[in-house]
Every structure is written in C-alpha cells, then in structure tokens.
Ligand binder design. Structure first.
Ligand code: FAD
Length: 462
C-alpha cells in the first residue's frame, strides 16, 4: 500500500469539496470524500440549485490547475456582454475587453466531470449517501449516517465543503468563531425558455440576458441544448400575491411582456408553480478554521448572493489557494490551516459585500444613462492606464486580485471617476455659457450643439 502524507476527511461532494479532494490526492494525502446525496452521475432526477452558472477567471484558473479547464470550456457557452432588455428596447454592454467573457456552464456536468477526475485518483475514496450528523473538530472525527446506521471516522484534518448550511460549521460555532447570516428580501425561481420550433435559440446566445425592473429582475443564461435558464428575483411578499396561472401571465405581461411568447403561455402558467421560491443568504464567519484540525472552504465558509456570479468562483479559488499552501508547507497542517483563514477571510467578506452591491447595480443601475457613461469612462481610463486603472467588474471577474484589494481599489477609482465626470460636466457647462455669452445670446442655437462644436467654439473665443 502506498505511503500517505496524512489522512483528510472532506465533507461535501459539491464542486469545491471534489476539487479539494483532487488536489489533496495529487499531493499524496489519503482522502475520504463524503457526500450526503447519491452519486449525481447515476441519479436520474437530480434536484439542485440553479441549472447553470457563470464561471470566470478565478474558477477557471482552479479548474485549469485540476486539469479540466479545457473540457469545461468545451461544454460552456461564452457570454461576452450583458444583453439589457428594457421597456423601450434592448442594448448590450460588454463585460470586459475583447476576448473576455463569462462561461455559462452546466452545474451538474461540472460536478460530474470533477467527480470522475476524483474517482481516477488512487488516493481518493468517494462515499455517497453519507450525511455528516456530528463531528468533533479537535480530534478530528466525523460521524456519518448511512442507510440508518452511523459510522465514525477520524483523520488528520477535517475539511467542511458542505455548503451554505454547513453541518461542519455548525459544530465549529461552538468554539470561538464569529458568525453572521443575512437574507435579502428577494427569493429566486427558475424558469426555462425552450428552443424555438425549428430548434434554435430563442434569443442571441452569447450574452447574459437581463431584464432590470428595479424591484424585480429576470436573467437568462444559455444552455447547450439551445434553451435558456431564466432566474426571476423578486421579493417574497410579491411571490405570495401570485397564486393562479392568470396571475402569472398578468404579472409577466406588465413587467416582462417580451418574455411571455419566449417561454410560452402554457409552460409559464405551470412551471411557475413547480417549485417554491428559494431564499438567498449571505454567510460571513471568521476564522475559517479550528486549530490545525478543521477548516471550511466554499459556501460553508462564505455564502454570497449570486449577483456577481462569484459564489462558486470564490469557492474554487479557495481550493486553489489551499493547494498553494499545501505546496508551500507540505503536510504541516499547523501552518496550512490557520494561514488559510489569514489569507482568505478578508477576501471572502469583501466578495460578500461586492455581491450585495451588484444586487442594486443589476436590477436598477444597468438601465440608467449614468451607468452607461461610467462604463465608457472606466473603459477609456483602463485603455489609458491598463495596469493601474482596472474597472471594478473586471478586477473581480477577470483577474485574481484578492477581492478585498479589488474592493479597496474600486472605492478609490469610483471617487476619481465620479469627481472627474462632475468636473468635466461643470467645465462643459461653463464653456457653453461662455460661448453663448460671447456670441449673440439670442442667436445661439442649442439644438445642434455637440461637444466637439463647444470645444471648437471655446478654443476660438479664447
Ligand atoms: P455546494 O455546491 O452547496 O455543495 C455542497 C455539497 O455538500 C452538496 O453536494 C451537499 O449535498 C453536500 N452536503 C451538505 N450537507 C452535507 C452533510 N451534512 N453531509 C455530507 N454532505 C453534505 N456561483 C458562481 O460562481 N457563478 C454563478 O453564476 C452562480 N450563480 C448562482 C445562482 C444561484 C441562483 C445561486 C443560488 C447560486 C449561484 N452561485 C453562482 C453560487 C454557487 O452555486 C455556490 O457558490 C457553489 O455551489 C458552492 O459550491 P460548494 O461546493 O461550496 O457548495
């Protein structure tokens, strides 16, 4: 039998737990991965959360390290821009520079691929239908329920990757751990825009479609089978008022009338009631570890609202950072485990705040002229100073700058841009007033006034 560096118990066979198991197995640890559900590769009906999600640089970098980035890219659909649907028409806003995009990825397929990679590792054992019911993070030991009986396992380190409602975290809270959770008033519900009668996408596929309606928001991400998965975000109090099929159609006709023919009247009436709306929680805790024996990664450590599309990206980046620490400190968990909290807690809290910020931006700001102007100015400044001025969205989505540093830099940049726009606006008004004063005021024609003409006129007068 191969000599192992140590024994790791990983709880949760979601994407973060499975990638972590792959990394540890590759470094010569013996890994037992326990998942409460059955194996999604053989399960017929899998009820999960959202069907697809947007991957970006952080998540893709971690998958690259795990050797499956190319496979995931080949089954993902690039989304280059936001496609905004307003009452008055539609327009696109690019996500970043040319060649930068989000990847619409099938959540289950991603998980299946990761489980298959983990299974191939001779150091990783997968245990499905094993639900963690108790653990002692000091030993560490973990007790799982399997078909009515209980099994207790011990190891050198216990890694909780068991999601936003983590059972491992629940135990760790009995020690010295700060914790807060926060539900927004909106819940989400998933709907489907099927392919058209001739089997095509019902809308342009290489975009993330957004219907911002201030209090509500609908988004749609493309799937490989030419359908779109739509997610409706709406306050629970509003969901409660929609109780019949006619209520659904009336609501959509008033707020998203272009979507009714895309989903289809009868599908919309029925699918709306298939599942109740689900809550969106933000979880912050600190630290993420206990001694040298227990650690949280992914949603178990930091669940965030999905408006920046960063929840899984951040979780996969956790696995990558953790693997970097294992690379640096070998099998010395006394160093690795606390170090992880040290480098990751601030970043995790920052992405929680950024995600809540984007909740407003997506449902309201994207539809305003100010947002469009800001995007143009941000893009221009990034063109002039590519390494020192990177727009907030790009820092979060297309770089691996730690989230807390991205947040700090964005606050400074925001001040510069906002003040710059106000000063430029003031100067422009002054130039207009001066030009009007120097010419004959009454004959001054504002109707065909352009910025270039104002500048020309002002230059001439000076
Ligand atoms: P999970 O995916 O929750 O996996 C946890 C696993 O642990 C599960 O398999 C569960 O069965 C298992 N488990 C739980 N309890 C136990 C137990 N007691 N014993 C054993 N096993 C257990 N993120 C993005 O990056 N981009 C997006 O576009 C995006 N869109 C989203 C849209 C919505 C509507 C939502 C709700 C989230 C979205 N996210 C997105 C966030 C993303 O889904 C999560 O961040 C991600 O799934 C976290 O992965 P995880 O492995 O940490 O946890």
């Amino acid at each position: 039998m191969a000599e192992h560096k140590g024994k790791c118990i990983v709880v949760g066979g979601g994407p973060v737990g499975t990638l972590t198991a792959v990394f540890l197995g590759r470094r010569g640890f013996h890994v037992d991965l326990y998942e409460a559900r059955s194996d999604i590769r053989s399960a017929e009906n899998v009820s999960g959360r959202s069907i697809n999600l947007a991957l970006s640089v952080r998540g893709l970098s971690a998958l690259k390290h795990g050797g499956i980035e190319e496979r995931i890219r080949s089954i993902g659909i690039p989304m280059h821009s936001r496609y905004i649907h307003t009452d008055k028409g539609s327009y696109t806003i690019p996500y970043g520079k040319k060649g930068q995009y989000l990847l619409s990825t099938d959540r289950l397929e991603l998980n299946r691929q990761l489980l298959s990679v983990a299974e191939k590792s001779e150091n990783v054992n997968l245990y499905f239908e094993h639900k963690l019911v108790n653990c002692d993070t000091r030993i560490p030991s973990a007790t799982f329920q399997k078909a009515g009986s209980e099994i207790t396992k011990t190891g050198d380190v216990l890694i909780g990757c068991d999601g936003a409602y983590s059972a491992v975290r629940r135990q760790m809270l009995k020690g010295r751990m700060d914790f807060s959770q926060f539900y927004i008033e909106h819940g989400y519900k998933e709907l489907c825009i099927p392919p058209t009668a001739d089997g095509e996408y019902a809308m342009p596929p290489n975009h993330l479609h957004i219907w911002p309606r201030h209090e509500y928001m609908l988004i749609a991400l493309p799937n490989l089978d030419k359908s779109f998965t739509c997610t409706l975000f709406m306050p629970f109090s509003k969901y409660e008022k929609i109780v019949t099929g006619n209520d659904v159609i009336d609501f959509f006709n008033v707020n998203f009338n272009d979507v009714v023919p895309l989903i289809g009247d009868s599908l919309l009436r029925t699918s709306f009631f298939e599942l109740p709306p689900l809550p969106l929680v933000t979880v912050k805790c600190s630290p993420f570890h206990h001694g040298k024996t227990a650690l949280l990664l992914g949603d178990a450590a930091h669940a965030v609202v999905p408006f920046y599309g960063q929840g899984l990206n951040a979780g996969l980046e956790d696995a990558l950072i953790f693997d970097g620490l294992v690379d640096k400190f070998g099998c010395d968990f006394e160093q690795i485990v606390p170090k992880f909290s040290e480098v990751r807690v601030k970043a995790a809290h920052a992405i929680a705040d950024l995600s809540l910020y984007n909740y407003m931006e997506m449902r309201s700001h994207v539809a305003t002229p100010w947002f469009l102007l800001r995007k143009k100015v941000d893009g221009f400044l990034n063109f002039l100073f590519p390494s020192s001025f990177i727009p907030r969205y790009s820092m979060v989505t297309f770089t691996r700058i730690p989230y807390d540093q991205a947040l700090k830099r964005a606050k400074v940049q925001d001040k510069i841009v906002d003040n710059g726009i106000i000063i430029a606006g003031g100067l422009m008004l002054t130039a207009i007033a001066f030009a009007a004063y120097k010419t004959d005021w009454k004959s001054f024609d504002l109707s065909n006034l352009t910025l270039d003409r104002v500048i020309e006129k002002a230059k001439h007068l000076w």
